[in-house]
Design a protein around this ligand. Structure first.
Ligand code: CU
Length: 728
């Protein structure tokens, strides 16, 4: 009984002294303990606990927290970029990356730029331009970059590059710019001088990945004991996931572990045929590390094809899993798969958290993995066995998807609702509802993503941030055809009008049960996550630009400050000359949809003097029609064809598209809807003022528009098909 009291709020004071002594053990090279003066790693410490032992800022004084400084980086500004970086702080200097792949060193007291590294990467570099931070060690700052391979000369080399770069179409809803012909991405680990920012070496990673697969780097490198660990992102594009370790001094590769086993290796028989070759399972976040056990822990992404499991029967190891490797050799030690044969893109991308906790009266070494389907798996990090119970549950089946018969589901409370809010016209689905191409099921989508959680060692509580949204999935096809990646009709869509919001949850790590849960106005699964402090606060930034402090005991909001742009990056805490600072980059995240993008880094302290900025327009809280596509003047709308913007006419076939998607016509126009698809479709005003009725394949219907208006219309049998018609 007494043991359980140790972690309750009332007993806290009595135990505060020994705990804080334990916490203050972090030194300049040993990051087993939570951070204090510095924030030396993206995750705060090797266990990614994102807990700071600093306690100067607390619930009694946080209302007086104001900007100590704010710095513009003149980098990563604008819609092409996403600011997802956590500042890393060493000896009062703050190191940070931007979506534009530049790296900065800032004076932690003033925000003055000490040095800057401007990337030499080609601005045409495709795909996700987000960098989540740097690693530091041996006088070097380690970063990552994606670039374009530049052929040495014209002739055969450039022909190969052109062929390899001719990638297939992007999955709808996929991130990143469309591939341009002739562009082959190249991914690198880079080392900069910690004092000057000068390049010391660059090392290509992922050189074996064919040019037609997606590849870029998002995860921050991790430095430990002479090695730098790097991963390549882009498992959604068919690459074979991996982690590599490199000599810190030279960048030379020391070992490599593929997250998809090859022939003869353990787990290869969980893949049908050759599907392992394009199995995905990329690593998207920094690993966790336990030097006492000599283990490094990675969490892997979803298998590929992402939404169509028909060609990859089996559990698909080690996708959607936690894998423990020997940190020195990369040798496999254990794995735990949180989702078998994923078809929903429900991988566990939240950084893994290490903590020690008492179970059944025994101190155990724990590891927590938070997944996109809204569960936390609490395992023994020595063996990979669950510390809180997990049940093997039968799940609904879809033979065409070759769904797994059962899934491991923890006993406890999920961090997100397991079933969707009802949507008119759709069947209500839940997390494990399978789908094919019937498209009438509205179900929950990824709730947790890369937003990092935190662990408070004083209370044994885990904190996580999620987004809650409703999506309609379709399997479509994603395949490699003649050396090209071709994706058709695969993806997920938000039914218009459905709610999108966030939740922050405090969980008891001993029981996997809620302590409290707080609703937030926006999707926050991608973004700032939480930072916990010994002051009893949780810091979190939102896509609406507000940086918040919550009471970590109750979730009650105690302070908010408008940073001016989407505050979607994780915060960090540090101390200089006895003053505690909390820093956050405010640049907006492309994952956060329509939000303001900037290039700011903020630091806050008690008695700071920099005032808040005007807020950006907040992102929508429901799914709205995407108005970023071109508005086309046309009196004919072709159903079943995607609009070819360059040729200004209906282009590629897509059964479920209106071409153009956004159309403008003068008042009094006759508009003809042509069904060029293979199924019956309609164009039906959402407001109910007009409807074509069913248009059979090959048929057309003409309507006359005699009143001005802006209409969002959809297809009755396929309500995820959306178009806009403006009559003016
Ligand atoms: Cu239709």
């Amino acid at each position: 009984m007494r043991r359980t009291h140790l972690y309750t709020g009332t007993a806290l004071a009595a135990f505060a002294l020994p705990v804080l002594q334990l916490l203050s053990a972090q030194t300049s090279t040993d990051f087993r303990r939570p951070s204090g003066k510095d924030w030396p790693l993206v995750g705060g410490d090797w266990g990614n606990t994102r807990f700071s032992t600093l306690s100067q800022i607390d619930p009694s004084n946080v209302k007086t927290l104001k900007g100590a400084w704010m710095t513009r980086l003149n980098s990563g500004f604008g819609p092409g970029f996403s600011q997802q970086a956590t500042p890393v702080v060493r000896d009062g200097v703050l190191y940070i990356t931007t979506g534009e792949q530049d790296v900065f060193a800032l004076d932690g007291r003033t925000g003055r730029i000490v040095w800057e590294y401007r990337t030499t990467a080609d601005p045409r570099t495709p795909d996700n331009k987000a960098k989540r931070g740097v690693g530091v060690g041996e006088g070097l700052v380690f970063g990552v970059e994606t670039d374009i391979r530049r052929p040495a000369a014209s002739g055969p080399t450039s022909n190969i590059a052109a062929k390899q770069g001719a990638a297939g179409t992007q999955a709808p809803g996929g991130r990143g710019a469309a591939r341009q012909p002739g562009i082959e991405p190249v991914t690198r680990l880079i080392a900069l001088d910690q004092k000057t920012g000068k390049v010391r070496w660059k090392q290509e990673v992922g050189e074996d990945i064919p040019g037609y697969q997606r590849k870029y780097i998002t995860a921050p490198p991790l430095y430990y004991n002479g090695l730098v660990y790097a991963t390549v992102s882009g498992g959604d594009g068919g690459l074979r996931g991996r982690i590599t370790a490199h000599e810190a001094r030279t960048g030379k590769e020391v070992w490599r572990f593929y997250t998809v086993p090859g022939p003869g290796e353990f787990g290869n028989d969980t893949w049908e045929g050759d599907s392992w070759k394009t199995g995905g399972a990329a690593v998207w976040t920094q690993p966790a590390l336990d030097p006492d056990l000599g283990l490094i822990y990675i969490n892997t992404g979803n298998p590929w094809p992402s939404y169509n499991g028909s060609s990859r029967a089996g559990d698909n190891l080690f996708s959607c899993a936690i894998v423990a490797l020997d940190a020195k050799t990369g040798k496999y030690r254990w794995h735990y798969q949180v989702l078998r044969h994923d078809i929903w893109d429900f991988d566990p991308p939240t950084p893994l958290i290490l903590f020690d906790q008492s179970y059944a009266g025994q101190m155990r070494k724990g590891i927590a993995s938070h997944t996109k389907h809204g569960w936390v798996y609490i395992l023994d990090r020595v063996t990979g066995e669950p510390l809180t119970p997990v049940e093997e549950k039968p799940v609904p089946q879809e033979p065409r998807q070759k769904t797994a018969r059962t899934q491991p589901v923890p006993i406890g409370d999920p961090t997100a609702p397991q079933c969707a809010e009802p949507v008119k016209g759709f069947v209500r689905g839940c997390m494990f509802t399978p789908f094919w191409n019937t498209l009438n099921i509205a179900q929950p989508s990824a709730s947790a993503d890369w937003a990092p959680g935190a662990y408070d060692p004083r209370t044994g509580r885990l904190f996580f941030a999620v987004g809650v949204s409703t999506r309609v999935f379709r399997a479509g096809t994603e395949e490699i055809v003649d050396g090209r990646r071709v994706s058709r009709n695969a993806g997920r869509y938000g039914p218009i009008g459905t709610r999108e919001y966030g939740l922050i949850t405090a969980l008891d790590s001993r029981t996997n049960r809620h302590v409290w849960q707080k609703e937030m106005p926006h999707l926050i699964g991608f973004g700032s996550g939480v930072l916990a402090t010994a002051g009893g606060l949780l810091f979190h930034g939102g896509p609406d630009g507000y940086f918040l402090a919550l009471d970590s005991n109750t979730g009650e909001e105690l302070w908010r400050f408008q940073t001016g742009f989407g505050a979607d990056a994780p915060a960090a805490a540090y101390q200089i000359d006895g003053e505690q600072y909390v820093a956050i980059a405010s640049g907006g995240s492309r994952d956060g949809f329509n939000e303001a993008r900037g290039d700011l880094v903020w630091a806050f302290k008690l008695g700071g003097r920099v005032n808040p900025l005007n807020g950006p327009p907040p992102p929508p809280t429901t799914v709205t029609f995407d108005t970023t596509g071109p508005l086309v003047k046309s009196q004919t709308i072709t159903i079943g064809r995607r609009w070819d913007v360059r040729a200004n006419r209906p282009g590629e076939r897509d059964e479920y598209d209106y071409g153009p998607k956004r159309t403008v016509v003068p008042l009094g126009s006759e508009v003809t809807f042509v069904n060029d698809g293979d199924m019956d479709h309609t164009a039906t005003d959402q407001g109910g003022t007009w409807d074509t009725g069913v248009i059979a394949p090959g048929q057309k219907i003409t309507l006359k528009f005699e009143k001005p208006g802006e209409f969002i219309y959809f297809c009755l049998p396929h309500p995820w098909m959306l178009g806009q018609l403006i009559v003016q």
